[in-house]
Design a binder for this molecule. Structure first.
Ligand code: PMP
Length: 360
């Protein structure tokens, strides 16, 4: 692309892109914080979970996609008409496809071919191109390498680079984290820890930083699948079924030296937990949400019944209908899902209480 031409049209188009981003912001964030009462091994615990399926495309990744695009538009790095190219295991692709198309950009998503069919179909339905990368072609790391090659020396290709881009962390440090703090404070609650499964690490790093500004020294735990302990061993290991977390390497933005010890959860346990949350509570959460609930309980068990561990329900179940989520799975050694009693949940009253106010 001719840089002078695109820069000139960029100057004219900037206010429009910013206006569109402002409108999209009205559909992202300000999600409900759920108050959960859960029995585990003879004790009752209170947990809180941010219900992130309430974002525009149904996952927590809308927050970071919006922030990365906003920063790039403001700094003149995303030129009008440029193709957005990203390697992703799914929710990020859906978020960039939707937001990118809403802003009028072509979007190309590279992803490992073993990701759920719903993810691939959704990304295509949002008008993006999907390029699948097999395990033999390098899987996730191969997808990232290909994305980088496509952008080399070109200003008509924009690489969000979610694994290296600090705007990913900032989306949660300035958004998710402060929202959690405000929702807890409004309801007279104090967090005792935060835990989140690590994909890019944006959530655990950003929310962790925001919560620690208010509560210095707060334990902030990254979570990973026990079958694929990449964070705790430093390199890719094994295979697991919790799509969205543990993508074969430790991302650059995930600074383990800032975080508390890694918590591991079995993938089958996480899936069975997500199934029970859906069946018993009517909350159709995704697989990593099942993992996060189990991880939060492990931390709560260590901290005691007065703890208040906070976590995130990153997305909902609709993207997992073709996976083991829709099958009956057996209990396996090391699973603790059957020791969990799902007692009660309610959304915490939010600012301008909406329906709550109407019903009271
Ligand atoms: N759960 C799901 C379903 C996800 O899609 C992701 C993002 N890949 C995560 C958890 C992890 O979020 P983060 O990238 O912020 O670590």
């Amino acid at each position: 692309m001719n840089r002078a031409l695109s820069a000139a049209s960029g100057a004219a188009a900037l206010p429009r892109a910013m206006q569109q981003l402002q409108s999209l912001a009205g559909m992202i964030g300000q999600t409900p914080l759920l108050h959960l009462t859960v029995g585990f091994r003879g004790q009752t615990y209170t947990l809180c979970a941010k219900a992130e399926s309430y974002n525009l495309t149904g996952s927590i990744k809308d927050r970071m996609a919006w922030r990365i695009l906003r920063d790039a538009v403001l700094e003149g790095r995303l030129l009008p008409g440029a193709t957005i190219v990203e390697a992703t295991s799914g929710n990020t692709g859906i978020a960039f496809a939707a937001l990118g198309r809403a802003l009028g950009h072509p979007v190309r998503i590279l992803m490992p071919d073993w990701m759920s069919e719903e993810r691939k179909a959704l990304i295509r339905l949002y008008g993006a191109e999907v390029e699948l990368v097999s395990a033999a072609e390098g899987g996730f790391l191969g997808s990232i390498a290909r994305a980088r090659q496509m952008a080399e020396g070109r200003d008509d290709v924009f690489l969000p680079s979610q694994f290296d881009n600090w705007a990913n962390v900032q989306a949660h440090e300035d958004g998710t984290g402060p929202e959690i703090l405000e929702q807890l404070a409004r309801n007279g609650l104090t967090p005792s820890a935060f835990i989140a499964g690590v994909g890019t690490g944006g959530t655990v790093m950003g929310v962790g930083r925001a919560l620690r500004k208010r509560f210095p020294g707060l334990p902030v735990h990254p979570l990973e699948p026990a079958e694929s302990p990449t964070l705790s061993t430093g390199c890719k290991r094994g295979k697991h079924r919790i799509q969205g977390i543990s993508d074969e390497f430790i991302p650059a933005i995930c600074r383990l030296d800032e975080l508390s010890p890694v918590v591991a959860v079995h993938d089958g346990d996480a899936i069975r937990m997500a199934q029970r949350i859906s069946r018993q509570w009517g909350l159709g959460v995704g697989l990593s949400s099942g993992a996060n609930l189990l991880g939060a309980l492990k931390v709560a068990e260590r901290q005691g019944p007065d703890s208040l561990v906070v976590t995130v329900f990153c997305d909902d179940s609709k993207k997992y209908l073709s996976t083991d989520f829709a099958r009956t799975l057996p209990a396996e050694p090391g699973h603790c899902c059957d020791e969990v009693e799902l007692l009660d949940w309610r959304p915490l009253p939010a600012a301008g209480a909406g329906l709550h106010a109407a019903l009271n």
